[in-house]
Structures are given as C-alpha cells and as structure tokens.
Design a protein. Structure first.
Length: 69
C-alpha cells in the first residue's frame, strides 16, 4: 500500500479562530483540515512562495489480472 503524502501534526488554535475556520469551511463545503491547508497555501502564495499540489493517490480496486486462456 502506498504511503500517504500528507504529514500529520498537532495544531493548537484559539477557539475563536477554530470556529471561524469551521464556519468558512462549511460555507465552501470543505473540512476544517482542508480549509486550513487552503488558507496556508494562499498565505504562502501571497508571500511569493509557490507550493505544488502533490498528486492524489489512486483510489479503488487495482486493475484485474487478465485470465490465462
């Protein structure tokens, strides 16, 4: 199984900031985690730092093996 390209870490936020992120995320149909990542990417881009989006992992079943005839 492929290793995920996401890095997990604990993030401590002020409760008011977390509530604001949750409201913003709900309005944009994202999770709070995805919203924080989007906000970080926007902030980095505003400072002139470009971050490429990692390729998404393939989902679903692997291709079927051909039957020997």
């Amino acid at each position: 199984m492929a290793k995920p390209s996401k890095k997990a870490f604990a993030l401590r936020l002020d409760s008011a900031v977390h509530s604001a992120v949750e409201r913003l995320a709900a309005g944009e149909l994202r999770s709070a985690n995805a919203q924080i990542e989007m906000l970080l990417r926007e902030a980095l881009e505003a400072r002139g730092i470009s971050v490429q989006i990692s390729p998404k992992p393939r989902r679903g079943r692997p291709p079927a093996k051909p039957k020997d005839a």
